[in-house]
Design a protein around this ligand. Structure first.
Ligand SMILES: [Zn+2]
Length: 105
């Protein structure tokens, strides 16, 4: 291999490394966003479990914070009803059980 070919090969290798580094940085940001979302969802999950426990114990009144959390999750496109809790609502369509749950909250 002549010197020019060798340097061309290094340039190509260097370019690939730069592109790979950019990909890794982008993936790192995506993972960070997912970790943050996961933490938020775990927090909401805890609140919702508390809410369902209160409902099962027959308590009809819940805190405004819990009600707001439920409504926020519903508006984000997820079920808040007990049967489908946490699952994505198809095409953000209405769910009668969720509506009932939100009315009771
Ligand atoms: Zn539902």
């Amino acid at each position: 291999m002549v010197k020019k070919d060798l340097f061309d090969a290094f340039d190509g290798f260097s370019q690939n490394l730069m592109l790979t580094l950019a990909d890794v940085e982008a993936m790192k940001k995506q993972v960070q966003a997912l970790v943050e979302e996961n933490a938020r969802l775990r927090l909401e999950n805890t609140k919702l479990r508390q809410y369902f426990e209160e409902v099962e114990k027959g308590k009809t009144r819940t805190s405004k914070e819990t009600r707001d959390t439920l409504l926020g999750i519903y508006q984000d496109g997820f079920h808040v009803c007990k049967d489908f809790y946490g699952q994505r609502r198809d095409n953000d369509g209405d769910c009668l059980w969720c509506d009932e749950q939100l009315e009771r909250a």
